[in-house]
Write a protein that binds this ligand. Structure first.
Ligand SMILES: [Zn+2]
Length: 274
């Protein structure tokens, strides 16, 4: 087995949404160059830590690659690029200032490291993942995490696109050795993790359809019945998830919503569903 050239540098921004903090990665490219994936939030000591890691492996940073533009992943790109002259690469629809726009299939190459870009919409519309063949490493940003599940918040988040992304990743990267996510610890069984993620989403969607089978419901009522065993502190996030499923199901004609006067919309199963 090749010795790993991937170093995880965690940003000091822990929170319920970012778990123990955002994961930034520095990859030693073997020729004196390095690539940073997701430099993280704009926290100066974290930028110092990323530069220190490059110095530790005697590398000059040449690329900063972004999985997506969220505030806990991307804003340090500008600070880090200013201090190192590294070029910033992000998906072509990203709102982040960049030197290179990435599309599906594009590769970032430095030394003997190649990062293959795969578009991964769902958590955000501008999300991509990077695959590094030398270590069979899949960098998933907020598409797959080291623990827990990913928050999908419409309208930028799209549950159906997210499920299609998970299915594509599990088809194309079943042989990946490690998933390096945007939060949490590295995952050593990518195929199982991707299956578990997909299964979790299918079960939730089924639960929503089953609940609507027993009568029309609002998002709050759906959360109460489906997340009954879940800590109430998480119900607001759960409501976002339920809404994301309903949004997809409504677009596909499986459910209809009706705005009730002075209250939440009421969701109804369409007659062609079940
Ligand atoms: Zn995110």
């Amino acid at each position: 087995m090749v010795e790993s050239r991937i170093a995880l540098v965690r940003a000091p921004n822990p929170s319920p949404m970012t778990l123990t903090g955002t994961n930034s990665y520095i990859i030693d490219c073997g020729n004196g160059e390095a690539i940073c994936i997701d430099p993280g939030p704009p926290i100066e000591p974290h930028v110092d830590a990323l530069i220190a890691q490059c110095e530790r492996v005697n590398c000059k940073l040449s690329w900063i690659a972004l999985t997506h533009g969220h505030p806990d992943h991307a804003p340090a790109a500008a600070l880090l690029s200013k201090r190192t002259n590294a070029r910033v690469a992000a998906y072509e629809t990203s709102e982040i200032a960049r030197d290179r726009s990435l599309r599906d299939g594009d590769a970032i190459v430095a030394g003997d490291i190649t990062l293959q870009t795969t578009t991964a919409p769902g958590h955000s519309a501008d999300h991509v993942v990077f695959y590094e063949p030398r270590e069979a490493a899949l960098f998933t940003g907020d598409t797959v995490l080291g623990e827990g599940y990913v928050l999908i918040t419409p309208p930028d988040g799209d549950m159906r696109a997210y499920m299609q992304t998970l299915a594509r990743l599990s088809r194309e990267f079943a042989n990946a050795r490690t998933i390096f996510g945007g939060h949490g610890e590295p995952v050593s069984d990518p195929a199982a993790k991707l299956q578990e993620y997909l299964e979790h989403r299918r079960i939730r969607e089924r639960q929503i359809l089953d609940a609507l089978q027993n009568g029309d419901k609002t998002v709050s009522e759906l959360v109460e019945s489906i997340y009954a065993q879940t800590n109430r502190a998480l119900w607001a996030a759960a409501a976002q998830q339920v809404l994301a499923y309903l949004d997809a199901l409504e677009r596909e004609g499986h459910v209809r919503s009706q705005q009730m006067k002075n209250s939440e919309p009421l969701f109804t199963l369409s007659s062609n569903s079940g």
